[in-house]
Ligand binder design. Structure first.
Ligand code: SF4
Ligand code: SF4
Ligand code: FES
Length: 220
């Protein structure tokens, strides 16, 4: 396999064409240079920015998914974790604004969209948040790996991924509540039906069973 050279956090690494940045570090015994988690492109732990051999910045990437290229320079980009807020059932634009007042600081620069390794239209989604289209936002962030790059590049301190996650969790918690209520209702109804079918004289029970089979209903 062709041998190439890359630089990671200022250190020269001998790599093999075809492997990813992370695998080249493992093979070179330098795993500590970039944090890893899943090594499958889903956790966002291994975020990097990349400069190609011609000196051009290639933007952000995930080291476990990024193939090595001769002469490339890789800058690890660990993003500090941010405090996540508890979800609120039935989220609204007002509740979102209260939880994340910096939402209105967005200057529509587009850096977050360019930085996102999952191609999420982050800036458009922030604008959707501001106009209350929260269901659409929840869809936008379905593939978010929470790498934090959109927060990292935002000079205005907006936290798109934190808002996206809060919206998804808030909508999810509302659904769970509704589903729980529906389950209680269903169980209550089933109990009444069993009572109707099993209680009374043998003739009552036969008549009840006939009626229930025919109409699916019980007499209360
Ligand atoms: S990087 Fe920040 S200011 Fe720029 S579009 Fe994204 S959220 Fe708005
Ligand atoms: S939306 Fe932000 S946190 Fe989510 S994957 Fe994209 S850059 Fe990473
Ligand atoms: S290690 Fe999880 S995305 Fe790279």
């Amino acid at each position: 396999m062709e041998s190439i050279k890359i630089k990671v956090a200022g250190e020269l690494i001998h790599a093999r064409a075809g492997e990813t940045v992370i695998h080249s570090l493992w093979n070179a015994g330098k795993a500590e240079l970039i944090k890893t988690g899943c090594v499958g492109g889903v956790c966002g732990a291994c975020t990097i920015t990349v400069r190609s051999s011609d000196g051009k910045m290639k933007g952000t990437d995930l080291a476990c998914m990024c193939p090595v290229e001769d002469g490339m320079e890789v800058f690890p980009c660990p993003v500090d974790s941010a405090l996540s807020l508890a979800p609120e059932p039935n989220p609204t634009e007002e509740k979102l604004r209260k939880a994340f007042p910096k939402i209105d600081k967005c200057t529509k620069c587009g850096s977050c969209t360019s930085a996102c390794p999952m191609s999420i239209p982050v800036m458009d989604s922030v604008l959707r948040m501001r106009s209350g289209q929260l269901d659409k936002v929840a869809d936008d962030f379905t593939t978010c790996i929470h790498c934090g790059l959109c927060r990292f590049v935002c000079e205005d301190g907006v936290q798109p991924h934190m808002m996206g996650m809060w919206i998804r969790r808030s909508i999810g918690s509302s659904l769970e509540k509704d589903m729980g209520k529906k389950l209680d209702q269903d169980l209550g109804q089933a109990e009444l039906e069993w009572k109707y079918l099993l209680e009374g004289t043998p003739v009552d029970r036969m008549n009840h069973a006939r009626r229930f089979r025919k109409s699916g209903e019980i007499e209360l």
